[in-house]
Design a protein. Structure first.
Length: 167
């Protein structure tokens, strides 16, 4: 099974920024990384006028387009996280953005003290990433046995993930 780490936190906590910065580092290490992002607001990846868009407008509940370099599949249904993880087993690492309530190991991004409740409410929390100057309550971190990183400590975060997730 490919190793999995969830990057979770509230909106505007820096999840996407952290993931893209880690992706650049892991790509430089020749690691093949898959990303699964949860979007509670909905999204549209196809655009009007494309063949696949026309297929879906005509009633297809799933459409795929494949080239020698890329594959895209659009389905008119929600896919469980476990199914998506199963699809990405050939990768070196799977980064999951969101899906807070899923049981996989998590790094929690904390914007301020108001977010600290996530450290005890969520399962599988193994590390905390916080903004500079917004250090979470050290006693809570000690009690939970969590590693703590400033959000710009990319080398530290990557090293932690390599040791504890990638093995």
């Amino acid at each position: 099974m490919a190793p999995i780490i969830q990057i979770v936190g509230y909106k505007n906590s820096g999840k996407t920024t952290l993931i893209t910065r880690l992706l650049e580092m892991f790509h430089a290490m020749n690691l093949r990384v898959a990303v699964i992002k949860h979007d509670v607001h909905g999204f549209e990846v196809d655009r009007e006028g494309t063949d696949t868009y026309r297929h879906r407008q005509a009633g297809a509940t799933a459409a795929a387009i494949v080239s020698p370099w890329r594959t895209a599949i659009v389905e008119e249904r929600e896919t469980p996280l476990a199914g998506l993880i199963g699809h990405f087993q050939a990768y070196d690492l799977i980064l999951v953005e969101g899906f807070k309530r899923e049981p996989y190991p998590k790094m929690v991004l904390i914007r301020s003290a108001e977010d600290e409740h996530l450290l005890t409410e969520l399962s599988g929390v193994c590390a905390v990433v916080h903004r500079e100057g917004e250090v979470p309550d050290p006693e809570k971190l000690k009690q939970a046995g969590l590693r703590c990183f400033e959000r710009n400590d990319l080398d530290g975060i990557a090293a932690f993930l390599k040791q504890n997730v990638l093995g």
